[in-house]
Design a binder for this molecule. Structure first.
Ligand code: SF4
Length: 391
């Protein structure tokens, strides 16, 4: 039987850099004066990407991909033909299962009907739209390229084009955001009835304009305090539950049958292969990481020489298995732990489990999972799993 893997493809281009973003992405203007330069940069990247996919043919010969995720960046800056070519290349390298989930990230303001039709022809059957907020002032502060009205147009266009599996990304804990403006975002998004909603709390990352402005000193006062952040989180879970969305991961909510299968692979530590600048893979018990340097990535030799490869020690694999699995509401199945490592979970983590079960932060039955109180302090609980392995 073929080995089932997920595929991630990274498109690092955005129209402009958002003020909070520390993802591996950079601006690619589509406007006239730089059109030629942008096209050259984009086509050089796509050429290298296709080369990388082609070169992995022998490694993937016994595999079938049941999920593909095109992320970024803003993959919807690619034309319909470019996405179709990318999928042609992928299909000639690895078969895609009949029921494969083929996702793509999209930013409002970049969608066009002709492109959407081509994306569907290429096989895309799930689109994740980056909204972040329904409040135009917040969008402006975030440095997003769109308004809420433009998001609504994109959303309508996606539905008209036949996409029946949509995710919308929103964010809480933004500077100057109040419980009221956050609730309005949540309500306006839920009213559109997407199949999936991702609701992340903003983290002010070093190296971003937000960090200079809000990480220290008086700027910090603009951020909602911890208590408000928790209230926003609790409100999200409650509000969405009443509308038929179940929380299946700390920050992800879906209607029945619409959990993101690709992201579940990460959380359940299944195998995936990443293509593109800076992308990561987990395959055959090893982690791989591509170079983050654009120029290096463009040359086959540079790509190979700069790809990092790390074989995970058994202890590290156990830690990651726990750490990632605890993000899901199902938790970590004890049987899966035993099947994978040949040792009972309680033999490895007995004292940590006892400690957190007694303090009401974990539940332990056939699976080990966080309680609501545990989710509030999940980083602390998970850190104990990272540090406690002693087998
Ligand atoms: S669109 Fe996304 S990837 Fe691009 S700069 Fe904004 S947050 Fe970063």
């Amino acid at each position: 039987m073929k080995r089932r893997v997920g595929i991630y493809i990274h498109i690092p281009f955005c129209r402009k850099k958002c003020n909070y973003c520390d993802f591996l992405s950079f601006p690619l203007e589509e406007t006239k004066p730089e059109e030629t330069q942008s096209k050259t940069k984009k086509s050089a990247y796509l050429k290298a990407l296709c080369e990388e996919i082609r070169q992995s043919h022998s490694r993937l010969k016994d595999c079938v991909a049941d999920t593909v995720f095109i992320g970024g960046g803003t993959p919807s800056l690619l034309s319909g033909e470019e996405i179709e070519e990318l999928f042609d290349e992928l299909r000639s390298c690895i078969p895609l299962s009949e029921d494969a989930e083929l996702s793509m990230e999209m930013n409002p303001g970049t969608a066009r009907p002709d492109r959407l039709a081509a994306y569907r022809r290429a096989g895309i059957n799930r689109v994740s739209v980056g909204l972040q907020s329904a409040c135009d002032k917040e969008l402006e502060l975030l440095g997003r390229i769109h308004t809420f009205a433009q998001f609504e147009q994109t959303y309508a266009m996606l539905r008209e084009s036949g996409f029946s599996n949509l995710n919308v990304d929103i964010m809480s804990a933004l500077p100057f955001q109040s419980m009221e403006t956050y609730a309005e975002t949540l309500e306006r998004v839920a009213a559109l009835k997407p199949e999936h909603i991702s609701a992340y709390s903003l983290i002010v990352e070093p190296g971003t304009p937000f960090y200079d402005r809000f990480a220290e000193g008086e700027g910090q006062n603009a951020l909602p305090d911890e208590e408000t952040d928790r209230r926003m989180y609790a409100y999200t879970t409650e509000y969405l539950k009443e509308r038929g969305y179940h929380r299946y991961e700390i920050s992800n909510y879906a209607r029945d049958g619409f959990a993101c299968r690709h992201n579940l692979k990460y959380w359940q530590m299944e195998e995936y292969i990443g293509f593109g600048l800076g992308s990561a893979s987990y395959f055959g018990g090893k982690r791989y990481k591509n170079t983050e340097d654009f120029g290096t990535y463009l040359s086959a030799q540079g790509r190979d020489e700069k790809r990092e490869e790390t074989a995970l020690a058994r202890e590290e694999e156990m830690e990651e298995f726990m750490f990632l699995g605890l993000r899901t509401m199902r938790g970590v199945p004890k049987k899966a732990f035993y099947d994978r490592f040949g040792v009972q979970m309680c033999e490895v983590y007995g004292s940590v489990i006892d400690k957190y079960v007694q303090s009401g932060l974990l539940v332990s039955d056939s699976c080990l999972r966080l309680t609501d109180a545990g989710i509030d302090v999940s980083n602390t609980v998970m850190a104990d799993f990272l540090l406690s392995v002693s087998v």
